[in-house]
Design a protein around this ligand. Structure first.
Ligand code: FES
Length: 178
C-alpha cells in the first residue's frame, strides 16, 4: 500500500497538501464569515430599520375606533373619526384652545377622517384613553387631562396637544409612519 501523503516529487500534489490547502480555504471562508457580522453591525440592524418606519393597514378601523400601534417604542393612535368628531374638531374656535392649532393642520389634506397622534400625554407621559373625557377625544387618567377629537388639549395640566408623528398615505387604506 502506498502512502500518498509522502512524495519525493515536489511538484506532485499529495493528500496532505490537499488537506492543508483545504484547511487554508476553510480558514479563509471562516474569516470571511466572521468579518460579515462585524461589517454588517456597522449598518442599522433590521430591527432598527423595521422600527424606524412602519406601514399600517387602516382599512378595517371602523368610524369612532382608534387602533394603537407601536412605532419607535411609542404608542401611536390611529383614529377613524366620525362625521360628528370631524365637525367638532373643525368648528372649535382657536381662542378656546390651550395650544391653538387648526384641525386642518393636524390631519392630511383629503384625509380629514383620519387622525394620527403619538399616544403620550404631554403632561408627564401617561397613555391617554380613547373615546373618553369631556371633548369626545382622549382622557388621561393620571392627572385628568382632556383632549378633543383633534388630539388638542382642552382641560387639565397637559400643556400641549398630542404630537403628530411624521406619516404619509401610501393608499387610502394604508399609511407609512416614520
Ligand atoms: S400624565 Fe397625563 S395628565 Fe399627567
Amino acid at each position: 500500500m502506498s502512502d500518498d501523503t509522502i512524495s519525493d516529487d515536489p511538484n506532485k500534489t499529495t493528500r496532505r497538501d490537499f488537506m492543508t490547502l483545504t484547511a487554508s480555504g476553510m480558514t479563509a471562508i471562516g474569516a470571511a464569515c466572521a468579518a460579515w457580522p462585524l461589517v454588517d453591525s456597522l449598518n442599522p440592524s433590521a430591527d432598527v430599520l423595521a422600527l424606524s418606519s412602519i406601514e399600517v393597514d387602516i382599512g378595517h378601523i371602523e368610524p369612532g375606533q382608534t387602533m394603537t400601534v407601536k412605532w419607535r417604542g411609542k404608542p401611536v393612535f390611529i383614529t377613524h373619526r366620525t362625521e360628528e368628531q370631524i365637525k367638532e374638531a373643525q368648528s372649535t374656535p382657536l381662542k378656546d384652545l390651550v395650544d391653538p392649532e387648526e384641525d386642518s393642520a393636524r390631519v392630511k389634506a383629503g384625509h380629514s377622517k383620519w387622525l394620527v397622534t403619538i399616544g403620550i400625554c404631554t403632561h408627564l407621559g401617561c397613555v391617554p384613553l380613547a373615546n373618553k373625557g369631556d371633548y369626545d377625544g382622549w382622557f388621561c387618567p393620571c392627572h385628568g387631562s382632556h383632549y378633543d377629537s383633534s388630539g388638542r388639549i382642552r382641560k387639565g395640566p397637559a400643556p400641549l396637544n398630542l404630537a403628530i408623528p411624521p406619516y404619509e398615505f401610501i393608499t387610502d387604506t394604508k399609511i407609512k409612519i416614520g
